[in-house]
Write a protein that binds this ligand. Structure first.
Ligand SMILES: Cc1cc2nc3c(=O)[nH]c(=O)nc-3n(C[C@H](O)[C@H](O)[C@H](O)COP(=O)(O)OP(=O)(O)OC[C@H]3O[C@@H](n4cnc5c(N)ncnc54)[C@H](O)[C@@H]3O)c2cc1C
Ligand SMILES: NC(=O)c1ccc[n+]([C@@H]2O[C@H](COP(=O)([O-])OP(=O)(O)OC[C@H]3O[C@@H](n4cnc5c(N)ncnc54)[C@H](O)[C@@H]3O)[C@@H](O)[C@H]2O)c1
Length: 480
């Protein structure tokens, strides 16, 4: 068994771990980055990037099928599954290669391969070959798909996102379990690429939506494209001769059995904490077995250990993993001088069509924070000028503001260009702007952002801070 002594050890070379490594290295030369499997990160290999590549192909197919609205006919729209998946894989491989190259450029002595377990608070066992003693440790081990036991009945036809991006062709049909963020993004993309989809959920939730009005609107919209029951009563899942058979109760109480080529489990993710022998780290754990940590310093209790990215189970998103890696890397590097880092306003985007976006506090958090003294401004995109012009006139935006202070608190959106509008809203929230200050900003014409202005005007009026919206506002142009 080899022995290594270092100032900082980082477990996991995903996004959070690589950023932590780069930051810690600014404070000390004695940093070791340990990866259990392969370089390349979840984001590039099986997450953000390949999912968006599949969605881009689906968007192209959908756009080609939707030209009739403009008086343009595309005689036939054919999806070549092999070509679609070839592009997904080759572009994915480019993204992975660039990340692998960055990791391999780190000095050889700073890198180690092997699965890590804690032997004691300062001692790490790496595979069966090295014992590392570290003054400070950053846990950055990410998360993995969680598959409920009954779905395993699908046998070799059970797939998760990790498998999908290696496909060489598209299946004819897929049952998707979990209408969460991954299920909606991948399920809708497959449906638009011609795959017969049926989506099953439990408990009624939909994507990341917390506002009941948006959830109901979005549910109706998705159901126009493929059947989606967010609270399905599935009675059996079995591997059949041709694929997977799924029996479920319909709305009128009948049990129906439907055959699919495969079953995609998108039923949530679990932090990679259980394989770490974390009990040997002498940390206080929460009821899910995650070390209790400070969200501003990423430090576990008053220990020398930090926890970042998906593994801490707080905000499993790429930009949060990077921010946390930055804060923890700096703190581990200059330990014991531990400092609070800047945490940004919550921002999340789901790349469905229409897109889903959430900014700042949820409606439930606003209610709690403002003790009921808040108002909701709303706009429908169905009659919004620019959205109608481009044929994307579906969706709702709801913005939340506090009575008295007039502060903008948060928003949820299901609608066109949500990825862009969410940024304007997040930047405004982070600057702690009031609704009136947001309305002082320029809005061009005709743009989708004019819909945002309408929602803010509605909010301003409901907060008793502005006039009622003028339905014939000529300086706003028609259909804002
Ligand atoms: C399908 C999908 C789509 C997504 N789309 C988006 C998106 O559009 N936008 C967005 O913001 N987020 C998205 N995400 C989430 C985003 O990918 C994650 O939040 C982010 O990649 C987490 O980074 P990380 O560094 O915490 O983990 P990872 O990148 O998973 O890194 C963890 C590393 O730790 C290693 N490891 C684990 N255990 C050990 C051990 N015991 N010893 C040594 N090494 C170990 C792993 O091998 C891995 O390399 C998506 C996720 C998925 C699955
Ligand atoms: N665009 C993005 O930013 C993006 C995209 C993909 C993933 N992500 C990140 O990855 C995280 C994980 O995504 P996810 O979709 O795996 O988790 P999720 O929590 O969003 O969704 C899981 C879904 O599975 C459902 N479910 C659980 N058990 C089930 C069962 N037995 N049968 C049917 N449905 C069941 C849940 O009710 C939920 O709707 C997200 O929270 C997000 O942070 C982000």
């Amino acid at each position: 068994m080899k022995q290594r002594k270092v100032k900082v050890a980082i477990i996991g070379a995903g996004t959070a771990g690589m950023v932590a490594y780069q930051r810690a290295r600014k404070h000390t030369d004695s940093v070791l980055l340990i990866e259990g499997k392969q370089y390349g990160t979840t984001c590039a290999r099986v997450g953000c990037m390949p999912s968006k590549l599949l969605i881009a192909a689906a968007d192209a197919a959908h756009a080609a099928r939707s030209t009739g609205l403009f008086g343009i006919t595309c005689p036939t729209v054919a999806v070549d599954g092999e070509a679609v998946m070839a592009r997904v894989r080759s572009e994915r491989d480019r993204f992975v290669a660039s990340v692998v190259k960055s990791a391999e450029n780190y000095p050889e002595q700073d890198r180690l391969h092997g699965n890590v377990r804690f032997a004691s608070p300062h001692r790490l066992m790496v595979g069966d070959h090295t014992e590392v003693t570290a003054e400070r440790i950053v846990i950055a081990t990410g998360s993995r798909p969680h598959i409920p036991g009954f779905l395993k009945e699908a046998g070799d036809r059970l797939v998760v996102n990790d498998d999908l991006f290696d496909w060489h062709d598209l299946p004819a049909s897929a049952a998707v379990f979990g209408p969460g963020v991954i299920g909606l993004e991948l399920g809708q993309a497959l449906a638009r690429l011609g795959v017969r989809i049926r989506m099953f959920g439990v408990g009624g939730s939909l994507g990341s939506l917390q506002d009941p009005q948006l959830r109901d609107y979005a549910l109706k919209t998705f159901n126009r494209e493929f059947p989606l029951d967010p609270d399905a009563d599935v009675t059996a899942v079995a591997r059949s001769a041709e694929g997977v058979s799924i029996s479920f109760k319909t709305a009128d109480g009948k049990i129906v059995t439907e055959e699919f080529d495969c079953l995609l489990a998108a039923t949530g993710r679990r932090p990679n904490i259980d394989g770490l022998d974390i009990q040997n780290a002498d940390l206080q754990l929460d009821d899910q077995g995650i070390p209790v940590f400070n969200g501003y310093t990423l430090r576990c209790g008053d220990s020398h250990i930090f926890i970042v990215g998906d593994v801490n189970n707080e905000a499993p998103l790429l930009h949060e993993a990077a921010d946390e890696g930055r804060i923890a890397g700096d703190n581990a590097g200059r330990y014991p001088d531990v400092r609070a880092g800047l945490r940004k306003v919550p921002l999340a985007v789901v790349f469905t069509d229409p897109q889903i976006a959430s900014v700042g506090l949820t409606i439930q958090q606003v209610d709690e924070r403002c003790r009921g003294h808040y108002a909701v401004g709303e706009v429908s995109f169905e009659d919004q000028g620019r959205s109608r012009v481009i044929g994307k006139n579906r969706g709702l935006l709801r913005v939340y503001g506090e009575h008295g202070s007039g502060l903008f608190m948060g928003a949820e959106m299901f609608g066109p260009a949500a990825e862009h509008i969410a940024h304007l809203l997040a930047w405004s929230a982070q600057r702690r702007m009031t609704v009136s200050e947001m309305l002082e900003m320029p809005f061009y014409h005709p743009v989708i952002e004019e819909g945002l202005r309408s929602a803010l005007q509605d909010l301003s009026r409901k907060l008793s801070m502005g006039p009622a919206a003028d339905s014939n506002c000529m300086d706003c142009g028609p259909g804002v």
